[in-house]
Design a protein around this ligand. Structure first.
Ligand SMILES: [Ca+2]
Ligand SMILES: [Ca+2]
Length: 254
């Protein structure tokens, strides 16, 4: 009986009455220490468990679908030539948990691009897996491009330079108006630099994802050569026309 009273006091630390009701129905063998009692938390646990809302929240940023109406490649005047794009994504960003730097996101090696003919579609391309702390945000710049003549080390340098230039903004808790402008300009600079290095930039976007009481909310901004056709708290649809292409794509957080 003493054990039962002790149990009730211990369990009253929990606000969850369902647990208490369940515990009242349990028969605890007298010779088992309370800490090891089956299906019951020991008395030391309540202070040791972090409230779930304070834990970082996982986020995935995914291209649900990308469709090439027109690629960057054109046939010659005889109608001859390769019209496929060698599509890849450059993904730069971060949060208080760290920096994201993916110079060329593509399928597993040896293929280092998504082969994309005119009319071609790709689905479920995961761009980012990250954790966002409570009350903080993740920001990311995503650029789609066609691989032509740029060397990979040049793209790696561009991504690194962008990550370093914007690192303080990425890891800051939330974006000021000035930081938003810096982020937008950084995305345009990256887009132009990819072109200057010999690849064909297609377009892209920036996104800020806030973890507010364990609920994720995304704010989307179209990048260079890009229009936003739709956006809500978890997804957006963009149309990009960089390098004389025509792509539409839907992205979302999960
Ligand atoms: Ca091209
Ligand atoms: Ca190409």
């Amino acid at each position: 009986m003493k054990l039962r009273i002790f149990l009730m006091i211990g369990l009253s630390l929990f606000s969850n009455t369902a647990v208490i009701v369940q515990a009242q129905g349990l028969k605890i063998p007298q010779n088992i220490p309370l800490e090891r009692a089956p299906n019951l938390p020991g008395p030391k646990i309540p202070g040791g468990i972090k409230p779930i809302e304070n834990r970082p929240k996982n986020v995935r940023l995914v291209v649900d679908e990308i469709h090439a109406h027109t690629t960057t490649e054109k046939t010659n005047f005889l109608g001859i030539g390769n019209t496929d794009d060698e599509l890849y994504f450059t993904v730069i960003g971060g949060s208080s948990k760290g920096i994201i730097n993916i110079p060329r996101l593509s399928p597993p090696p040896p293929q280092d691009y998504f082969s994309t003919p005119p009319g071609g579609t790709h689905n479920n391309i995961e761009l980012i897996q990250h954790q966002i702390e409570q009350g903080k945000s993740m920001k990311a710049i995503v650029t789609a491009a066609d691989q032509d003549n740029a060397q990979l080390p040049a793209i790696v340098d561009l991504a690194k330079g962008t990550a370093e230039a914007l690192g303080a903004i990425f890891i800051d808790a939330s974006l000021s108006a000035a930081a938003k402008e810096d982020l937008k300009n950084g995305a345009i600079k990256l887009f132009n630099s990819i072109g200057a290095n010999g690849d064909d930039p297609i377009g892209g976007f920036t996104v800020e994802v806030i973890n507010n009481n364990n609920t994720l909310k995304a704010t989307w901004t179209p990048g260079a050569a890009t229009q936003m056709l739709h956006s809500d708290d978890t997804s957006a649809t963009f149309k990009s026309n960089g390098s004389k292409s025509d792509y539409t794509y839907r992205v979302s957080i999960k």
